[in-house]
Design a binder for this molecule. Structure first.
Ligand SMILES: *Cc1c(COP(=O)(O)O)cnc(C)c1O
Length: 216
């Protein structure tokens, strides 16, 4: 069953979005053709021009998205060391890099991007307690949190936990259907209803609004 997803919302895509939002324990979700687009939309929503964002060294948003975080989302990337283990920054590293709000002429850091599992660290998993500590450090510093969960399903399986434990406190989460899940294409960007409504606008701006999307 399909309709026009740009106009009235394709019912099959709508069901997929509702199902994934529920699985992840978030309010809403938006299907995108690729994970790169879902990550980029998240950065577009979270960052204002010149804002700095933090991500672990060799994160997909830093090294594998061709600079779109800077070019389109207008953010300034900052890599965090793997001082908590392979692919994993410590909560202290987040606090240190985030700094404190200062006068208007200070550089502003507003977002932490986590990657679970971390692909270029060999699929390294962030355990639940560590996820909580990282999010806690980010929130204490006034940062928003985006989780690049291209393989979040694999992290949950490895840890034997539920997906919501790995999305707790995150403002947005990106999950891929096309990697280990084996679907031919597609990702979902999940977050609050308000965020997903804004994401739907951004997806259209990037040319990612599809018509009879239910076929995929
Ligand atoms: C593959 C991948 C993406 C992007 O997905 P595409 O669908 O290839 O654009 C994002 N993050 C990570 C960690 C990935 O491995």
């Amino acid at each position: 069953e399909v309709a026009d997803d740009v106009l009235e919302h394709d019912p099959t895509l709508a069901r997929l979005e509702a199902r994934v939002a529920e699985l992840l324990g978030l309010e809403a979700a938006l299907w995108t053709p690729t994970g790169c687009m879902a990550n980029l939309i998240a950065l577009m929503i979270h960052l204002k021009r010149g804002d700095r964002f933090l991500a672990p060294e060799q994160a997909h948003v830093l090294g594998s998205e061709l600079g779109t975080a800077a070019w389109i989302a207008e953010g300034m990337p900052h890599a965090l060391p793997w001082d908590g283990g392979p692919g994993r920054p410590s909560a202290e590293a987040v606090t240190r890099a985030a700094g404190r709000p200062g006068p208007y002429f200070n550089l502003r850091t507003t977002l932490l991007c986590l990657e679970n599992t971390h692909n270029f660290a060999g699929g390294a998993v962030i355990p639940v307690a560590e996820h909580r500590a990282l999010v806690g450090a980010a929130k204490a510093a006034g940062l928003r949190v985006h989780v690049d969960g291209a393989r979040l399903w694999h992290a949950a399986t490895a840890l034997g936990c539920g997906l919501p434990e790995l999305t707790a406190g995150a403002d947005t989460v990106q999950v891929c259907l096309s990697k280990g899940l084996g679907a031919p294409m597609g990702s979902l960007l999940c977050g609050s209803r308000e965020t997903v409504a804004e994401a739907r606008r951004c997806r259209k701006m990037l040319g990612g609004g599809v018509r009879q999307g239910g076929v995929v």
